[in-house]
Design a binder for this molecule. Structure first.
Ligand SMILES: Nc1ncnc2c1ncn2[C@@H]1O[C@H](COP(=O)(O)OP(=O)(O)OP(=O)(O)O)[C@@H](O)[C@H]1O
Length: 698
């Protein structure tokens, strides 16, 4: 038989099995529908144990069918197969691996869930350690049709003639496929080093590091699916939170977990971790560096002790014919004493009122010929409406947003900053908050969350208008209890500022963690401070920690990564650079043009690349160039073109990239060279660099 007809015959064999699986799933759906009704009746009318048991069984079946439906719904949209793997073992057994475990009516396994222990050899068997697997087969389908198969022969000596081997490797086939709007799952081709990290135990902190394109994000998401499957009670109950660097990133990865049937996981970017605040901007790097540093905690703590700008500076009240007066200094003393109390300010208004009454009594007591009883004064003044009015304006309940906006007042900020910030840092921050119409930044979100805790929750009655992070109807499930997640994944962890680690840590007080990053791609200027905050977020140095390093770059062609590696050679050591496995034979193109022609040439290059690749084309520039570049790119009118800056491109990938004026990216921030490394490692197939520097890359 020719190679083609062997392949076709094998595809037909697998199609038969796949048909059987889908038929069985359809049957189960029907059964479940009928049984659900009957299950309800049984559960309600249960009179003896046997009936209870039957009802429980039906319930389990029901859960499983719901899971199947979820997966099938997403499969319908994604056109990926339910069954994607097959193992043939030395025991003469055949096992199919898929996104879901399915048994036939006799309870025989038709497909094993990829996350089950029995499926582990599908990912872990190698020619050196074959784990009794003779042949591993990856089955590629579109919808319910098998379109191709790819085999790995692990034990050639055990193969019999009746076991054909076809294909050139599923991994390469998968890596060369065009990239679209969303990241895809990699269940069919997870590699051994990745599988080890995916299946690591849930406890403590699991840290996954690796260079660009090593599959860190993919691994972290598959690990979530694995943990949910293995320990649904613990993980599913209070939820899993996945945190990524930007809304563009969360949108990019949003289909991966649903395609594995998991649609309960919360995905949030660092700018929308706090309900009710959606940051729309990022700060310039030097401003973000100040806002992210732990020094801000001291500034904020002092800021909330200050009297609000519009608070009265004197209290005058008539009592039994005498004027009792507290001046600014006396009021400040009372305020400081209340702040030193046990409760946060938003829960201290009653304490403030009591402290004021006490100060008034001491004042009255100091007057000669003015006999007053303490208890009487407290009761009488405490019930007076003018006193209440004073307390309300003097001890205001504040929202985090109000406090932060208040810091736009340079003098107020300088007082709160004391010696913690330099004068130019104070100027930078005050400027960044000066215009209330522009909305908060990603770095502000961590400050707002810090303030949320420092201020405390206001009493329930209080209603506030806009600008209040608590006011808009929040959509997340965790708006009241931010600290109850059972597992938190932090992607691009190298970029979290210390203040962001505090914000994230607050949400994981009782959680286990999967933390993913690449120190070489870091854009945070003070790594030791961030490391300290990060350890605190995990619960201190005694927390169990396991580490995995990924060494293979699956994204970039070897030609593209070679150029990226040269550019970062002075910020990365040799062993921090992964090995790119796939060669396209196409070197990156470098266009040297006049400075004035950069934008036009970049658009022309992007247009040209549209004709070369099937998927997306990213234009990556310095932040200052994004707007004009977007305008120019819009004129092409093709939705496959995206314009982003270096930081926004984190975690994303495109079939082709046009990188505009790399030197601008380098000089834009302290960590410019690392941002350039990120930008250079986004393309799977083609890279064009447009520069005005004839010597680039030097
Ligand atoms: N085992 C695999 N099989 C198929 N594709 C894979 C595999 N591992 C990774 N990939 C693909 O390689 C690309 C890079 O993966 P991913 O984005 O997870 O890498 P990363 O390490 O997070 O990258 P970066 O740090 O550069 O953002 C993705 O398209 C992913 O689907």
């Amino acid at each position: 038989m020719s190679e083609t007809s062997v392949r076709e015959a094998e595809i037909a064999v697998e199609q038969k099995h796949v048909d059987m699986v889908y038929a069985r799933v359809a049957e189960m759906r029907d059964e479940a529908r009928a049984m659900r009704t009957r299950g309800d009746e049984l559960a309600h009318g249960a009179r003896n144990e046997a009936v209870f048991e039957q009802a429980a069984m039906l319930f389990e079946r029901d859960v499983m069918v719901r899971h199947a439906n979820q997966i099938l719904r997403s499969l319908d949209a994604e056109h990926e197969g339910l069954v994607f793997g097959r193992l043939d073992t030395t025991e003469g057994e055949t096992m199919y691996v898929g996104r879901l475990g399915v048994r036939d009516s006799e309870f025989e396994n038709l497909v094993t869930d990829w996350r089950a222990p029995a499926a582990a050899p599908f990912y872990q068997a190698t020619a050196e350690m074959p784990m009794a697997v003779i042949r591993r087969r990856v089955i590629r389908s579109t919808g319910q049709s098998v379109v191709d198969i790819d085999d790995d022969l692990l034990m050639p000596e055990s193969r019999q003639d009746s076991m054909p081997v076809v294909g050139e490797g599923a991994l390469m086939a998968s890596l060369t496929r065009a990239r679209g709007e969303n990241m895809r799952d990699i269940v069919a081709t997870i590699q051994k080093e990745q599988d080890e990290a995916i299946r690591a135990p849930w406890r403590g902190v699991t840290e996954i590091t690796g260079g660009p394109g090593t599959g860190k994000t993919a691994v972290a998401l598959h690990r979530v699916a694995y943990l949910l499957y293995r320990d649904r009670k613990r993980m599913g109950g209070s939820g899993v939170l996945v945190i990524g660097p930007s809304p563009a990133f969360t949108s990019y990865i949003s289909r991966v977990l649903p395609s594995m049937g998991e649609d309960t996981v919360e995905l949030r970017s660092l700018s929308d971790v706090l309900d009710g605040v959606a940051a729309t901007r990022v700060d310039p790097a030097p401003v973000a560096a100040v806002k992210g540093s732990l020094r801000m905690r001291r500034v904020l703590k002092r800021a909330i002790r200050e009297a609000p700008a519009d608070a009265p500076t004197e209290l005058r009240i008539m009592y039994r014919g005498e004027v009792l007066k507290l001046d600014a200094r006396e009021l400040a003393k009372v305020r400081a004493a209340v702040h030193n109390g046990r409760r946060p300010p938003n829960q201290s208004r009653v304490d403030a009122a009591e402290a004021l009454l006490d100060a008034l009594w001491r004042k009255a007591d100091s007057y000669e010929d003015f006999p007053v009883k303490r208890a009487e004064l407290l009761t009488e003044l405490g019930e007076r409406i003018d006193f209440h009015r004073f307390v309300v304006v003097w001890w205001q309940l504040l929202s985090p947003a109000e406090v932060l906006r208040g810091l736009a007042d340079r003098r107020h900020l300088a007082r709160a900053a004391g010696r913690v910030l330099t004068r130019s840092e104070v100027d930078m921050l005050a400027d960044s908050w000066a215009d209330p119409s522009v909305g908060f930044t990603a770095a502000d979100v961590a400050l707002l969350d810090e303030l949320r805790v420092l201020l405390g929750k206001p009493p329930k009655r209080r209603r506030r208008a806009e600008h209040d992070p608590f006011a808009p109807a929040p959509t997340g499930r965790h708006r009241e209890h931010y600290d109850e997640y059972s597992h938190i994944v932090v992607d691009e962890a190298q970029d979290l500022s210390p203040m962001q680690w505090r914000m994230v840590g607050r949400r994981g007080k009782y959680a286990s963690w999967t933390v993913v990053g690449d120190p070489v791609q870091s854009s945070w200027p003070d790594p030791p401070e961030a490391a300290q905050a990060r350890e605190a977020a995990f619960g201190g140095p005694r927390t169990q920690h396991r580490r995995f390093g990924l060494r293979t770059n699956y994204r970039n062609s070897a030609e593209i990564f070679d150029l990226a590696g040269r550019v970062v050679r002075h910020v990365a050591t040799e062993d921090q650079l992964p090995h790119a496995v796939r060669s396209t034979g196409v070197e990156p193109t470098i266009h040297v043009v006049d400075f004035d022609a950069l934008t036009a040439t970049a658009v022309d290059s992007a247009r040209e690349l549209l004709g070369v690749v099937d998927g997306t084309v990213g234009i990556i520039t310095a932040t200052s160039r994004v707007e004009p570049m977007r305008l120019a790119a819009d004129a092409v009118g093709n939705s496959r073109i995206r314009v982003v800056d270096g930081l926004e491109s984190k975690g994303l990938e495109y079939d082709a990239v046009v990188l505009v004026e790399p030197e601008e990216m380098v000089t834009e921030s302290l960590t410019g060279p690392r941002t350039l490394y990120v930008a250079l490692t986004r393309a799977t197939q083609r890279l064009t660099v447009v520069t005005s520097d004839a010597n680039w890359p030097g």
